[in-house]
Design a protein around this ligand. Structure first.
Ligand code: 4NP
Length: 158
């Protein structure tokens, strides 16, 4: 199998909860095989570490989150091979920025990589305003989707 050398960018709203978690999980399971990064569609939390609740929940699963929040940049469309959004609002915002549909084939919904057991989950829910179980559920979803995403990349399907 040839070494996959894809560049993956995860997107959420604030870039402090969901996309940093996806970033940390994929980096953890892929090692140096992939270049992984994350960004937000908003600038609300630019310059901040991932949310302390998400960092704690992830570290309890052996995953360190080291991201610093940044906003999505138009030039990210060129640089990254896969741009993966967490919810419909993120997907809408990113696809709208690609107004000529030039990068459409690079843009995915994270839920499209979920296993069959999560077939009723249509978005990775925003855990920011909820309790700790929301963070655990998001991590369950992201661990599942990242594993399937990596399998697809390794098989050359992406
Ligand atoms: P994220 O979560 O998009 O998963 O990073 C959020 C973080 C902050 C806010 C919303 C969602 N906020 O409104 O400040």
């Amino acid at each position: 199998m040839t070494k996959p050398n894809k560049k993956v960018l995860f997107i959420c709203l604030g870039n402090i909860c969901r996309s940093p978690a996806a970033h940390g999980i994929l980096e953890h399971i892929a090692g140096s095989e992939l270049e992984v990064e994350s960004a937000g569609t908003s600038a609300y939390h630019v310059g901040e570490k991932a949310d302390a609740r998400m960092r704690k929940a992830a570290s309890e699963r052996g995953i360190n989150l080291n991201s610093i929040s940044r906003g999505f940049k138009i030039k990210d469309f060129e640089y990254y091979d896969l741009i993966i959004t967490m919810d419909d609002s993120n997907y809408f915002n990113i696809t709208n920025l690609d107004y000529q549909n030039e990068f459409k084939s690079k843009i995915f919904k994270m839920t499209s990589f979920l296993s069959e057991k999560y077939s009723d989950v249509k978005e990775i829910p925003d855990p920011y305003y909820g309790g700790s179980q929301g963070f655990e559920f998001v991590l369950d979803l992201l661990e599942d989707a990242c594993k399937n995403l990596l399998d697809k990349i390794k098989k050359g399907e992406l």
